[in-house]
Design a protein around this ligand. Structure first.
Ligand code: BES
Ligand code: MN
Ligand code: MN
Length: 463
C-alpha cells in the first residue's frame, strides 16, 4: 500500500502544474466580462473530476453560472462525503499592486513559505483548496483507498453570494444527499498549528444612497445653506458606532450569542501574538469593540464596516462642488442567532430614521447569509481531528473564523447534514488582496491529510 504522503511526493510536480493551469483562467464571477472564462473553468473542473476518478460528472446549468457535479458511488450502504468548493474568484483589483499578473501564476519563496507559494488570484480562495480534494480523490481511487462514496459540488458564484446555489440545493436534495459536507475554504492557525474552523460569521450587505439637491451645486453660491450629501452620509456613518465601538443600531445585539467565561478562556489559549499581528499589517495599534480581545473581535462579535464610499469630484485638481448624491457600501458581519434579514431591516429602519429632513436616504439590501457554528462532539469533527493528528502529530485547535460562507447554514437547513471545515490557508495568504498566494507545503499537506478524514469518518460511522 502506498501512503498519501508517498503518492504526493511522487506526483507533486504534476499536482502543482495542474493547479497552475486552473489558476490561469480568470474566473471572476462579479464581472460579466469574464463570462466565457467562467464556463471554460467549469469545463476544466469537470474534466479534472473525471480524471481523478468520478464515475459520473455533470455541468449543471443554473440561472447563473453552472455548478460542477461529480460522484463516485462505491456502495449505496456506505456513507457519502459531499465536497463543496468554488471555482469563481474575486476580481484582481487593484491590479497595479500585484508584483506579478494575477492570472499568470508564479511560484515564489516567502518568509512563511520557504518551500515556495503559488501567487495568483484564487490560489488559496478557493481553487487551490478545492483542488486538494480532487487530488486526494485521485490518490484514493488509484490506490484503492476510497472507503466510502463521494460527491463533489463546485460552484461558480460563492464570491457573489451563492444566490443560484441556494436554488440548486432546494431542487436537487436527493442528488446531493450525504452524511457529511467537507469544505476547504478557510484557514489554519499556522503551519505547525493545525486547526479546524468551527464557526463562520453571517453577513448582511447593503448599499446606501443619500440625495440632497436635484443637481450638483456651486459650493460657494450654495455652500452653508444646503445639505451636502457627503457631509451628511459621513456623519450618519460615524454615528453607527459609539465611543466604545459598539454598534448603535437599536436591537442589533438582541440575539447575539454571548460566550461563557470558560469558552472565552479556551479561545484565549490559541497561540496568538499581538505584536506579530500588528507588524504583519504595519499598524501601530489594533482598534475595535471595547471589552473584547482581537481574536474575539474578529470572530465571535458582530461588526459594521464601510467597504466603499463615493460621491462628488475625485478627478485631478479641485472642483468646487456640492454633489447631489453620496453613496456607500456597508457590510455587517453577524454571529450565530442573529438573522441576516432581520438585521438588514433593523439597519434600514435606523439609517432612514437618523437622516435629516434635508436629504433623502435609500437603503438597498444586497445579499446576506446566516452564521454557523459546527459542533465539536460529533464524529465528523472527531474524524477531522484524527486526520490532522496523523499528519501533523498534534491535535488540531478548534477556531471560530470571522469570514463567511453563507451557504453552509443552508446546507444544514436543506440537506440536514453537518459541515466540517478543514482549511489549509494562512491569514497571510492575502485572499481577496493583491498578491494572493497559497503555500506549496500547505497545498500538498492538504492532499496528504484529506484521505485520512474519509478513512476515520467511515470507520466512526460504522460503529
Ligand atoms: N473563503 C472565503 C471565506 C473565508 C475565508 C472564511 C477565510 C473563513 C476564513 C469566501 O470565499 C468569502 O470570501 N466569503 C465572503 C462572503 C461572500 C458572501 C462574498 C466573505 O467572507 O466576505
Ligand atoms: Mn472562498
Ligand atoms: Mn472569497
Amino acid at each position: 500500500m502506498i501512503t498519501s504522503k508517498d503518492y504526493v511526493q511522487q506526483h507533486k510536480e504534476r499536482f502543482i502544474n495542474e493547479l497552475i493551469d486552473l489558476l490561469k483562467i480568470p474566473s471572476i464571477s462579479a464581472d460579466s466580462a469574464y463570462k466565457k472564462d467562467m464556463f471554460s473553468t467549469a469545463t476544466l473542473v469537470e474534466k479534472s473530476l473525471k480524471e481523478a476518478g468520478c464515475t459520473k460528472t455533470e455541468i449543471c446549468e443554473t440561472p447563473g453560472y453552472p455548478v460542477v457535479y461529480g460522484e463516485r458511488i462505491v456502495d449505496e450502504n456506505l456513507p457519502t462525503v459531499l465536497v463543496y468548493g468554488h471555482y469563481d474568484v474575486q476580481p484582481a483589483d487593484p491590479i497595479d499592486l500585484w508584483d506579478s499578473p494575477a492570472f499568470e501564476p508564479v511560484i515564489k519563496k516567502t518568509a512563511i513559505h520557504p518551500e515556495g507559494a503559488i501567487f495568483a488570484r484564487g490560489a488559496c480562495d478557493d481553487k487551490g483548496q478545492f483542488y486538494m480534494h480532487v487530488k486526494a480523490l485521485e490518490y484514493m481511487v488509484k490506490n484503492e483507498e476510497l472507503p466510502c462514496n463521494v460527491k463533489f459540488m463546485i460552484e461558480g458564484e460563492e464570491e457573489v453570494g451563492s444566490v443560484n446555489l441556494a436554488w440548486f440545493i432546494k431542487n436537487n436534495k436527493e442528488k446531493l444527499a450525504n452524511d457529511v459536507i467537507l469544505i476547504s475554504d478557510t484557514g489554519m492557525i499556522a503551519k505547525d498549528t493545525p486547526s479546524i474552523t468551527t464557526g463562520l460569521r453571517g453577513l448582511s450587505y447593503v448599499e446606501v444612497e443619500v440625495t440632497g439637491p436635484n443637481r450638483d451645486l456651486h459650493s460657494g453660491l450654495y455652500g452653508g445653506a444646503v445639505a451636502n450629501p457627503i457631509n451628511i452620509l459621513t456623519k450618519m456613518i460615524a454615528s453607527l458606532h459609539d465611543e466604545n465601538n459598539h454598534i448603535t443600531i437599536p436591537g442589533f445585539y438582541d440575539k447575539v450569542e454571548e460566550l461563557s467565561k470558560a469558552e472565552r478562556a479556551k479561545m484565549a489559549e490559541a497561540p496568538f501574538s499581538l505584536e506579530k499581528y500588528k507588524e504583519a499589517l504595519a499598524i501601530a495599534d489594533v482598534y475595535g469593540e471595547e471589552g473584547y480581545t482581537t481574536n474575539e473581535r474578529n470572530s465571535i462579535r458582530p461588526t459594521l464596516d464601510v467597504n466603499g464610499i463615493w460621491g462628488g469630484y475625485i478627478g485631478e485638481g479641485a472642483k468646487t462642488v456640492i454633489p447631489s448624491k453620496a453613496f456607500a457600501k456597508i457590510s455587517m458581519r453577524l454571529v450565530p442567532n442573529q438573522d441576516w434579514e432581520e438585521i438588514t431591516n433593523l439597519f434600514q429602519k435606523h439609517f432612514e430614521s437618523i437622516a435629516p429632513a434635508a436629504v433623502e436616504v435609500k437603503v438597498k439590501p444586497h445579499h446576506g447569509g446566516q452564521g454557523y457554528v459546527t459542533p465539536i462532539d460529533g464524529i465528523e469533527f472527531q474524524a477531522a481531528s484524527l486526520a490532522y493528528q496523523q499528519i501533523f502529530g498534534k491535535e488540531p485547535i478548534p477556531q471560530r473564523s470571522g469570514g463567511s460562507i453563507p451557504i453552509v447554514a443552508m446546507f444544514e437547513e436543506e440537506l440536514k447534514s453537518k459541515t466540517v471545515l478543514m482549511g489549509f490557508g494562512l491569514d497571510s495568504d492575502a485572499i481577496h488582496s493583491p498578491n494572493e498566494h497559497f503555500g506549496v507545503w500547505n497545498y500538498l499537506k492538504g492532499i496528504e491529510t484529506i484521505p485520512y478524514f474519509y478513512k476515520h469518518f467511515t470507520a466512526l460511522k460504522k460503529q
